[in-house]
Design a protein around this ligand. Structure first.
Ligand code: FAD
Length: 328
């Protein structure tokens, strides 16, 4: 089989890369294993203009937003299903001091601070901020429908890519019965095993996520208390997450889960039912810079990785840069 580009991995990086290439008229193939819980499937999959709890606006946010909206809208057209939904994000201050810091940093284009002691039925003794320009992405629909689309119209193989079986012949990549003019690795933390890019500053951290059922809570908002609560469907919400940099396993952090549920129950007037608890690793880099690069010896080999905590916002822009570098 002959392809223009073979892509390894179908998290958010591989999905966006394949979309942008198809949009330019190239033929693509994806090889993606499903051995572990990939970061993209466990992410809250929101787009948010704020960086952490310091109330800093993400640099170049509008440029990232424009590129990502263009990709998600393009994918929506192809799969004929909605995946991107604008949602306001209600951030409940946990102390008076936090509210003062937020006010000092405020850019009225982004937030509206409210001194009121309640938002709807939710107790909010220190006030809250309502943040605009936030979006939720339905990642389940995105990844499943996109996989089906690629399998139907191009080539999709749900197996593990073996780097040692990749050969370079006549300026093309040969992998088993596939001949591709270019190859792009979008392997998330799997890149640690990639011998072609083994000198990059890859790192990773782990995050626990809870899935909770909350009858009565309005699912038209994203909520931030000590942790973030993101609507998935009906009364089902995503709750998390922690960032652990030093760890030896991916066992559930039960202590964090209990504390997280207790903290949330203190603020919510509705009963919270725990449905599931999962753990995943975020692919990142030292200095937390995304990596969109060509191989130093092979201009037709690329890598998109290290998307950290903002893959759903930043993948499109970094992918665009990578394709420009690779002259695709
Ligand atoms: C708890 C948590 C919450 C998050 N919340 C958000 C959020 O709200 N917003 C946001 O923008 N980001 C969020 N992130 C970060 C985001 O998930 C990552 O930036 C993004 O998912 C990274 O995507 P990726 O495609 O690079 O990697 P991955 O999602 O890990 O995808 C890599 C894929 O490649 C496959 N693969 C790897 N090696 C091979 C191989 N040899 N052969 C075949 N397939 C292979 C893997 O199985 C996987 O499917 C969160 C992350 C976590 C863990």
């Amino acid at each position: 089989m002959k392809l223009d580009i073979l892509i390894i991995g179908q998290g958010i990086a591989g999905t966006i890369t394949s979309f942008q290439l198809i949009n330019k008229g190239y033929s693509v193939g994806i090889i993606n294993n499903t051995i572990q819980t990939p970061s993209s499937k466990l992410a809250s999959a929101i787009i948010n203009p704020l960086s952490g709890k310091k109330w800093h606006q993400i640099a170049h946010f509008y440029a990232f937003l424009e590129d990502s909206i263009s990709s998600y809208k393009g994918i929506e057209k192809i799969i004929n299903q909605s995946i991107l939904q604008p949602k306001d994000h209600v951030y409940f201050f946990q102390s008076r001091e936090e509210q003062i810091i937020a006010k000092q940093q405020i850019n009225p284009a982004w937030y509206e601070i409210n001194e009121e002691k309640a938002f709807k039925n939710i107790n909010s003794p220190h006030g809250y901020a309502q943040i605009k320009q936030c979006y939720c992405i339905d990642q389940e629909v995105l990844f499943e429908k996109w996989k089906l689309y690629i399998a139907h119209h191009y080539y999709y193989d749900a197996s593990s890519f073996e780097h040692s079986a990749l050969k370079y012949e006549n300026n093309c990549w040969q992998y088993r019965d596939i001949q591709a003019r270019n190859i792009i690795f979008c392997e998330g933390i799997g890149a640690k095993q990639n011998p072609f890019f083994n000198n990059l500053p890859f790192t990773k951290n782990r995050g626990d996520v809870l899935y909770v059922n909350i009858a009565g809570l309005d699912n038209n908002y994203i909520y931030s208390f000590k942790e973030r609560l993101v609507p998935i469907q009906d009364q089902l919400f995503w709750l998390g997450s922690n960032h652990t940099w030093e760890y030896t396993d991916l066992l559930k952090n039960e202590e964090w889960a209990i504390r997280c549920l207790q903290d949330l129950q203190e603020q919510l007037p509705y009963p919270i039912q725990l449905i599931d608890h999962k753990v995943a690793e975020r692919p990142t880099s030292i200095g937390q810079q995304a990596m969109a690069m060509q191989h130093k010896d092979y201009p037709n080999m690329g890598l998109l990785n290290g998307l950290g905590t903002r893959g759903f916002l930043q993948a499109s822009t970094h992918c665009k840069d990578l394709l420009t570098k690779m002259q695709l």
